[in-house]
Structures are given as C-alpha cells and as structure tokens.
Design a protein around this ligand. Structure first.
Ligand SMILES: Nc1nc2c(c(=O)[nH]1)N[C@H]1C(S)=C(S)[C@@H](COP(=O)(O)OP(=O)(O)OC[C@H]3O[C@@H](n4cnc5c(=O)[nH]c(N)nc54)[C@H](O)[C@@H]3O)O[C@H]1N2
Ligand SMILES: Nc1nc2c(c(=O)[nH]1)N[C@H]1C(S)=C(S)[C@@H](COP(=O)(O)OP(=O)(O)OC[C@H]3O[C@@H](n4cnc5c(=O)[nH]c(N)nc54)[C@H](O)[C@@H]3O)O[C@H]1N2
Ligand code: SF4
Ligand SMILES: [Mo]
Length: 699
C-alpha cells in the first residue's frame, strides 16, 4: 500500500520537517517539507532509508552474557528485558537510594519525557550531552542576558552581516539555517568567518579571518576596543538596556587592534576595516555565538564578548538581528500539555545549582556526574540509562569512563544502533528508527511558531519499540505510571492538544500547525521583562558571577603553544556524517568511509609527509589512530584537524569498525579539564604527535 506522511527527520538533532513516501512498508522517497524547506534535505536525511533495513543494528532487546564490552549477548523478549531492568533498578534504589540512578540523553525537544521518567522514579540526576556542546555559550548568555543560548533566535535571512566564529555552518549543517544564509548572501548580505582553517563556510564568506587556535577572545577584545573607540555602537540601546558599559570601556582600553593582531594573527587594518563594515550594517548584524567557540579554556569569556557586541550593536529585536523566540502565548494561543514531574528535592550528584551554583541546574553537567561516580559523593550512583546518547564518543577518554562506570551495577542503552556505550552496557533496548515511530507533539518557536510532531511512516521492521512506550512501561514497573497518562500515542497526542483547541487532524495538511498566519515582527519596544538578570538589563558586570567568585571581564591570557613536535588537536563536522552514528550507514559510509587529518604544508614538509600519505596520530596516553593526511596551506601551523566520529570500536559494525581515528580517544586527560566559569569541557586543549605510518591499512 502506498503512503505519504509528513514527519520530522531523525538523522541528526536538527529534526528538519520532511515528507516521506512508502510502498508496502518500504520507504520509497524522502524530501524536505515543501511548505517549510521547499524540498531541501541533506545527504544524511536521504540516507535515512538505508538505516531501516541495516542488519548491523540491534534487532531485538539484548541482555549481556559475557564480560562488559565482550560483545556476548542473549536475545530476550521485551517483557523479559523490561522486567529485568525494572527489577534491577528497584533493587539498586532499595540498596543505595532512589537518587542513585542517572538518566542521560542527547537533549532536544523530547527530553522532557526522559526527564519526567527520571524525576518520577525519584532521582534528580537527569543529565545531557551539553557539557560537550553548547554549555559555555549557554552559561555565557545566561550570565549576561539572564536567558540561555536558546533565549535568542537569529533573523539571518534579513541580516546585512553575519559574523561566525568557528561556526562552520556549511559542513555542520542545519538546513533551515543554511537556506537563510544563502538567501542573505543572495540579497547582498556580508558574512565574516573566523576559523583556524579554510572550510566550506570560509569559501562562501566575504571576509575570512584565519586565527591562531584559541585566540578568538583576543580578536573579540580588539573588535570591542575599536567599536568603542569609533563610537559605532547604539548609544540609546546601551543607555536603556545595558549595565556595566563604563567598566567595559576601561577594560578594553588596553586591547587595541594592534595588540589583537599580534595575538591572533589577523592584520590590524583588517580588524579596523571589519569594524567599519559593521558600522555600516548595524543594527542588522548578527554575531552568532554558535555552540562551541570552540571549547577552549576561555570560551566562556569569548562567548560573553560576542553577547556584549550584540548588545552594543543594538540588534536585539531588530530585523536581521537577534529575536526573542515567540511561542504560543505570543500568538494568543495556549500551548500543548507536556509530560512533567517535579524534580525530587535532593541535591544533584553533579552539584549544579548547589556546590556549583554558577551553573544552570537544568540538565547539569555530565562530566561532574562522572566525577561523583569517582568520589562516591554526595552519594553513590549505581545505574546509568543512556537514551539516544553515546557517552564514549561524546566525552573524552572512553577507557577512563569505563573505569568509572565499574561502580554502576546497571548500564542501559536505548538506541537505534550499537553505540560504543551500548556495546559496553548490560542491556540494549532497541529504539524504533525515526521513520518507524511516533513522538509526542512539540512547540517549535520562531517568528511563526508552530506545533510539530513525528509520525511513523512504516511499521518497525525489527522487534523495536518507540520511546513513549519504553518509558511508560519502565515507569509502570517502578510504580510511576501515573506520570505517563496514556495507552497509545493517539491518547498522548489528544491529551497534549486538549487545551490548544486543535486536533491531530490539523497536522494532516502540511505536517505542522501554524499558530499564527503572519510572522510576528521585531518588537524593540517590548523588551521590558525579557532579560531575566537581577537588574532586568543586559549585565556586563554580573552580580551572579561575582557571587560565584568569578570575574565578569576576564583579562586575556595567551593560549599555550604546542609542546615541541606536537600539534593542537581541533575537530569538527563534515556534511555527510552526524557525530559518530552514521559512519556505518551503507550509503554514507560509501561517501566517506574514513576521516583524515589536516596539517599545514610547511609542517608536513618538515616531517616528510605528503598529501594522501597515511600517518599515525598519537595522544598523550599512547592511543594512536592511523588515517590519511590532508596537507594544506590553509590551516594554522599549530593545529591539526580531524572529523569527529571515526575509529569506531563496535566489531558488529563491520563497515566502519576501526576505520580512521577517534578524536575523543586522543583527548587524554580532558575529562577533568573544564572551563571553570562556563562548565563545558575544554575539548580543544589536547596535543598530539604525528608521523608517517609504517603500517598503513590495506584498502
Ligand atoms: N553534518 C553535520 N552537521 C551537524 C552536526 C553533525 O554531526 N554533522 N552536529 C550538529 C551539532 S550537535 C553541533 S554542536 C553543530 C556544531 O557546529 P559548528 O560548531 O559549526 O561545527 P564544527 O564542525 O564542530 O566546527 C568547529 C569549527 O571550529 C574550528 N575551530 C577550532 N579551533 C578554533 C578556534 O580557536 N577559533 C575558531 N574561530 N575556530 C576554531 C574548527 O576548525 C571547526 O571548523 O553542528 C550541528 N550540525
Ligand atoms: N571528541 C569529540 N567529542 C565530541 C564532539 C566532537 O566533535 N569531538 N562533539 C560534541 C557535540 S557538539 C555533541 S552535540 C555531542 C554529541 O554526542 P551524543 O550526545 O553522543 O550524540 P550523537 O552522536 O548525535 O548520538 C548519540 C546516540 O544516539 C543514537 N541515535 C541516533 N538516532 C537515534 C534514535 O532515533 N533513537 C535513539 N534512541 N538513539 C539514536 C546514536 O546511535 C548514538 O549512539 O558530542 C560532543 N563530543
Ligand atoms: S540537517 Fe539533514 S540529517 Fe539533520 S534533520 Fe535536517 S535533513 Fe535530517
Ligand atoms: Mo552539539
């Protein structure tokens, strides 16, 4: 039977709206939703088809038989496996306390379900991946604007100038954003891009600054100096909405463009010319904080500098600037109900919000949860449930993590693949793929807020289950079923939609429900109450930081140069893979089976390495990966660059097993190196050595 269904892509966490056709329970066509994306889709989205019938993913629940990581499993029914997990959790909670269970996930719009489960079974320890992703920029925004990194959206399409720091958007794709950038460039907008190497984004930029790794903060301070010196800021906005401006003026006086030029390697004149351009383009200017910036020890302060520049530009609630996300309330509508359970009144194991009161207690910080495993303080943690989350590829030093996880009596992975954590765990609960499952309804904020949902296109091909069923069934086994008040997905959708006045049929026409006919325009006169800081203003000097013993304006420190013969390891994305979970997808593996390491021509020449030679990259703890060298003039000589996600260690995934090198395994010791102020892990603070490989793999 032929079928056409509007749903949401799941090949990465952008979750683009898509339309999918099937015939006889087989996917025949996938395209971007015409109403929102005009058909656009990336290679990974299209490769969703290959995921469905992949025999190398878990096909039924699995319970470990051999040692952890040995890969010996027995298959079991869902009932038996859920009983096993439920009973084990009960036992653990009885012995060590209800708070001894950790639930982690990849965050995102459905995380309230996993969080609800965690809280409902009596643990405050829900955590997510963000300590390796956007926490520094999140905390930076929170400290200045009183709202986190999702407190702003970017009207890129209408912008005159988009400024990106290590935000390689044409590889690290977000299709809706990429479309906006292309429109902006078509309309004559400018794009300035800062990176330590040439990328697809630098190739499209109107201005490219190639900087020394870890010096963005210097460049930003130089820019701030010049903005203030030239007086090219929005005086009225600053007077009305910004505190601490005079302290800022004093602070940046020492950081001239000439000084910045020496630190980051960008010409003084270029910085000045850039500020001249910005003065022409403001307030329709966006300094995009991205996610990572790029995970150095001062990324929090570099991110804060970006937020400060945005405030000086007066671009908040301006066309082509930063917009405060609009939700149902802004359209005079009621939002859908969502699953919820109050957090138990027990200190989080990671201490966020208590011992570490400068950090948002939301999902806390995962590496501090691991730290609590090590110390056993404030209490023992004995079970870890990872939902759509691979600890061993997202956090550094997987071998060290395994050591810490020995404390746990139960490790559960809920995944569509064998993740590296899953392969090591005690139980794998196979989740139905995004084309085989429904998800609960979510609000997508924006100038035209809408309701969206994932709807299954085909029935599960293997013995897998959707998340709404897995969590409900587990909660029921632990006496917390009341927090999952539904028996079918239709029940859940209807319960969610009840206050909104919409019905599920309203999704049929376009795949989403628009909550307003026309986009809500910028509202620069309605900023009262929007900045949730103690003063209600944008605080350059933050009393919250001061209370936590942290500076608001931190003096610049030059990053360490690599030790003799070593390079700083930087990493990032490529357009055809998502982190570490698409490398075994037959179609995407075909497009890119290996990663490579980019190295500067002069350095490569001095080591006798030619483009395409196989090289060994070795970390401080001796792990070594072998991969081809990409020799280029356009990378800073101190850095080498690798695409993340390769060097995978699950033998069952034969297409990708041990192909290429794993950046997280090269990050020796980084599990303990966090940005004290921002909380994120300093993933760009490791050094590696390189030499021609004596054992290149046979292809
Ligand atoms: N195709 C694809 N797209 C994705 C993802 C994916 O896995 N695949 N993941 C998504 C996720 S979760 C995220 S967080 C985003 C990430 O989006 P981005 O942050 O744009 O992505 P990365 O490729 O990690 O880019 C990091 C860049 O920082 C540069 N860099 C390193 N050091 C420095 C430095 O000192 N200064 C500057 N200015 N740059 C530096 C690196 O060379 C690299 O180009 O991508 C999202 N989009
Ligand atoms: N060394 C190094 N570390 C990094 C990064 C890096 O570039 N280098 N990048 C960092 C960034 S920006 C991020 S966001 C994190 C991301 O790291 P993670 O949070 O681990 O996220 P993903 O790799 O996207 O996916 C995690 C798991 O989700 C599974 N999965 C995919 N689709 C589904 C599904 O539909 N259902 C279920 N249940 N599971 C699914 C995948 O198989 C995978 O095992 O890693 C961070 N860590
Ligand atoms: S960016 Fe690509 S993989 Fe990610 S949701 Fe969109 S189409 Fe899917
Ligand atoms: Mo991320």
């Amino acid at each position: 039977m032929k079928n056409s269904v509007y749903t949401l892509c799941g090949m990465c966490t952008v979750r683009c709206p898509i339309r999918v056709e099937s015939d006889n329970n087989s996917i025949t066509w996938i395209e971007g939703n015409m109403h929102l994306l005009n058909g656009a889709l990336c290679a990974r989205g299209t490769a969703g088809r290959a995921l469905i019938k992949d025999q190398q993913r878990p096909q039924q629940p699995l319970i470990r038989e051999g040692e952890r990581g040995e890969g010996k499993w027995r298959t079991a029914t869902w009932d038996e496996t859920l009983d096993y997990v439920g009973n084990k959790l009960k036992e653990i909670q009885k012995k060590y306390g209800r708070e001894s269970v950790v639930v982690s996930s990849r965050g995102g719009p459905w995380q309230n379900m996993y969080k609800t489960f965690c809280h409902a079974i009596g643990s405050p320890n829900y955590t997510n991946h963000d300590d390796t992703c956007g926490r520094n920029t999140h905390h930076a925004s929170l400290s200045i604007n009183g709202v986190g990194r999702k407190g702003f959206q970017y009207d890129i399409k209408n912008s005159k100038h988009l400024v990106l720091f290590g935000r390689n958007t044409f590889d690290a794709l977000r299709i809706p954003e990429n479309r906006q950038i292309l429109d902006m460039l078509d309309n004559g907008g400018r794009m300035t891009y800062v990176d330590v190497r040439q990328t697809k984004t630098s190739n499209k930029a109107s201005r490219f600054f190639l900087v020394r790794p870890g010096t963005d903060y210097a460049l930003l301070l130089g820019m701030l100096h010049q903005i203030i010196k030239d007086g090219v800021y929005d005086n009225d906005f600053v007077a009305k909405w910004v505190t601490g401006f005079s302290e800022l003026c004093d602070f940046v006086q020492q950081y001239t463009p000439a000084w910045a030029a020496k630190e980051c390697g960008v010409k003084e004149e270029s910085i000045k010319e850039f500020i001249q351009e910005i003065s022409e383009d403001r307030p329709n200017v966006i300094f995009h904080p991205g996610w990572m910036l790029s995970r150095y020890r001062d990324s929090f302060y570099a991110s804060r500098a970006i937020h400060i520049i945005n405030a000086l530009m007066g671009s908040i609630e301006q066309k082509g600037g930063l917009l405060i996300p609009r939700g149902p309330g802004d359209c005079g509508k009621k939002g859908p109900r969502s699953l919820d359970c109050p957090k138990p009144d027990i200190e989080r194991a990671d201490g966020c919000g208590t011992r570490h009161n400068q950090y948002d207690k939301g999902p806390g910080l995962q590496h501090l949860t691991l730290e609590a495993l090590r110390t056993g303080k404030p209490y023992p943690l004995k079970a870890w449930i990872a939902m759509r989350h691979d600890l061993f590829t997202s956090m550094p030093d997987p071998e060290r993590q395994k050591d810490l996880l020995k404390q746990c009596e139960l490790l559960v992975s809920i995944d569509v693949h064998y993740s590296e954590f899953g392969w090591y765990s005690d139980v794998i609960l196979p989740h139905s793929t995004f084309l085989e499952r429904d998800n609960h309804i979510v609000v997508q904020k924006g100038p035209k807020p809408r309701l969206a949902r994932r709807k299954k296109v085909i029935d599960p091909v293997f013995d897998t289950k959707p998340g709404w069923e897995i969590f409900k069934e587990l909660a029921e086994r632990l006496g917390a079923g009341e927090y999952f008040p539904y028996n079918s997905i239709e029940d859940l959708w209807n319960w969610q939609l009840e206050p909104t006045g919409y019905t599920v049929n309203d999704f049929d026409k376009k795949g989403f429900i628009s909550l307003t006919e026309n986009p809500i325009p910028p509202q620069p006169d309605k900023l009262e109450g929007k900045f949730k800081t103690p003063t209600g203003k944008i605080e350059i000097i933050s009393s919250v930081l001061t209370k936590a013993g942290l500076e608001s304006l931190q003096p610049y420190e030059t990053p360490d140069a690599p030790p003799e013969g070593k390079f700083r390891l930087v990493f990032g994305r490529c357009a055809v893979h998502t982190h570490s979970h698409t490398q075994n997808n037959p179609l995407l593996n075909d497009m890119m089976p290996y990663n490579y390491v980019s190295i500067n021509t002069i350095k490569a020449d001095s080591m006798g390495i030619k483009d395409g030679d196989w090289v060994d990259v070795t970390g401080d703890d001796g792990y070594s990966g072998t991969l081809p060298a990409h020799v280029t003039e356009y990378i800073h000589p101190e850095a080498v660059f690798m695409i993340h996600g390769f060097g995978r260690q699950v033998p069952k995934q034969t297409r990708t097993y041990q192909k290429g090198a794993s950046d997280q395994r090269l990050m020796a010791g980084l599990l303990d190196k966090r940005d004290e102020a921002g909380g994120g892990l300093n993933l760009c603070e490791s050094f590696v050595s390189i030499r021609r490989s004596e054992n290149p793999p046979e292809l």
